[in-house]
Ligand binder design. Sequence first.
Ligand SMILES: O=C(O)CC1=CCC(=O)O1
Length: 91
Amino acid sequence: MLFAVRMDVDLPRDLDPVVRQETVAREKAYSQDLQRSGEWRHIWRIVGQYSNVSIFDVASNERLHEILWGLPLFPYMTIEVTPLASHPSAI
Ligand SMILES: O=C(O)CC1=CCC(=O)O1
């Protein structure tokens, strides 16, 4: 099942810089593990924003929920999920 997911990150200005650095590093490792496994197919930066658009290929809605819930930056994100279907004009 394919999903487009938009993640908008909003880290508090007063967040401890060490916590910030560690959380961002854990987010990168978590994301790259899922990219290697094939569940996180694409991640694109939205130009000019601390946001990304990602494509996930997962077995179920529950699996996507589990992945998103486990993001180290999850407490600081607004997430929008769009389920995708094949387009009849796709070649
Ligand atoms: O920087 C972001 O867009 C948030 C993020 C998601 C996965 C990752 O490595 O960073």
